[in-house]
Design a protein around this ligand. Structure first.
Ligand code: TXA
Ligand code: MG
Length: 402
């Protein structure tokens, strides 16, 4: 909300953001090895009732988790999908808004619910025993290698779509995105739905949020997005916390369309070559909404700056009497951790923990009554590539507001 009284902070912020953009030299994502390439922990219904990012005083705590859905609830949800209805379900990355991938009507319902343009493709989720061959024109050897290495898990493959699969699921493109999630509730739902389709059912599911907004990592987040209009299966908090890595294999070479828990180095270890990292200039690259510059944004203006630039904005905000949230590593925060008017949240030093808690934190800060969210820019190293990607897109949503 624009407010004349906040002019000094606005000026400092705009100047800091300009300086940062000018200083920015790009990703530098080639170097370095990923510390932990092990499979992600499974997003069970574990009662992980933690406050996001070890939040300070009142970054909201989540609602209590419900029990794992029982067999009858899974069957009921599968029957809804079978009837062309939508069901939101947990995955290890984020919650998905699912519909029958072979029903253009169900896919249209997904687009309508999200408010998403119909030319954006959605990912098809397969059961553990699902057959990727059914969905594609041809399964390249590289795809099979990545499947063997990372499925079930947070990796989506873009491949040439089989002719009998309706184009609606890929927004009219000739490709299809496939992923087999590791979350047990997702797997139970996909198994039950697939069984109703002679073993070949797939569930189209984008993240269960309105277009451009922060992805949901709990059932409550989904309810916050859609109210009671959407049937939600509750499987606890998602462990990975950010969307799957997307690798495009539809164009004869591996290309990373979206970074995630599975890193470029993990891919290279399996394929023997580094996937091409998209710089947004590739006109032949498939359209992917997660690759839009401004995406994954909270409602409160968010700025991502190095700590020295943040300090200038914090000082200006204090002078203006503006209450702000500060997300920074505790080792850097110094006096700002308990400064007046500063809602401080200690960010984890580890990229996996940061990713897991990020979206819950952004949602909590949207409710924390702060004028803006200031986030310390993280190192430009490959282990932070996925978190940097999401933070950068969230901040980009507000740069136009300067
Ligand atoms: O972790 C995830 O991937 C989550 C969970 C629910 O599985 N899903 C997710 O979906 O993030 P969504 O729709 O929010 O993002 C999927 C991304 C989009 O950027 C979409 O455009 C891209 O995948 N995508 C899907 N199919 C594609 C295709 N055929 N070609 C290019 N991009 C595709
Ligand atoms: Mg999404």
């Amino acid at each position: 909300m624009p407010d004349r009284n906040h002019q000094p902070a606005d000026d400092a912020l705009a100047a800091a953001q300009r300086a940062e953009r000018e200083a920015s030299t790009g990703a530098g994502a080639e170097a370095g090895a990923q510390a932990d390439a092990s499979a992600p922990p499974r997003g069970s219904d574990a009662e992980r009732d933690q406050t996001p990012l070890q939040a300070g005083s009142h970054a909201a705590s989540e609602a209590p988790r419900s029990a794992v859905p029982d067999a009858a609830q899974i069957e009921h949800a599968a029957a809804l999908l079978d009837a062309g209805e939508l069901v939101a379900f947990p995955t290890e990355t984020v919650y998905g808004l699912g519909g029958d991938a072979e029903s253009p009507e169900a896919v249209a319902r997904i687009y309508a619910a999200k408010g998403r343009p119909a030319n954006h493709p959605v990912i098809v989720h397969l059961a553990p025993h699902g057959d990727p061959q059914y969905w594609v024109e041809h399964l390249p050897a590289d795809a099979q290698r990545l499947i063997d290495a990372f499925w079930p898990g947070p990796l989506t493959l873009i491949l040439k779509r089989a002719a009998h699969i309706p184009a609606a699921v890929s927004g009219g493109q000739d490709s299809v995105g496939l992923r087999c999630p590791s979350h047990p509730v997702a797997q139970a739902l996909l198994d039950a739905f697939s069984a109703r389709r002679g073993g070949h059912g797939g569930v189209a599911a984008p993240s269960a949020n309105r277009f451009g907004h922060v992805s949901p990592t709990t059932a409550q987040h989904v309810r916050d997005e859609f109210g009671s209009a959407i049937h939600v299966l509750d499987g606890g908090a998602s462990d990975v916390g950010i969307e799957s890595t997307i690798v495009d294999l539809s164009r004869g070479f591996p290309a990373l369309l979206r970074p995630g828990h599975v890193t470029p180095q993990d891919i290279a270890d399996v394929l023997g070559e580094m996937p091409r990292l998209s710089d947004g200039s590739d006109a032949s690259a498939p359209r992917a909404s997660g690759t839009l510059k401004a995406h994954y944004a909270p409602r409160t203006p968010l700025a991502l700056l190095p700590f020295d630039a943040l300090e200038r904005v914090l000082s200006a905000a204090q002078l203006a009497g503006e209450r702000v949230a500060l997300v920074a590593r505790a080792s850097r925060a110094g006096r700002w951790a308990d400064a007046d008017g500063v809602h401080f949240v200690a960010a984890p030093e580890d990229p996996h923990a940061y990713a897991r808690d990020l979206y819950g934190l952004l949602r909590a800060l949207d409710r924390a009554d702060v004028a803006r969210i200031l986030i310390e820019k993280l190192p430009d190293t490959i282990e932070w590539i996925a978190v940097n990607d999401r933070l950068g897109r969230a901040a980009a949503a507000f740069e136009a507001l300067e």
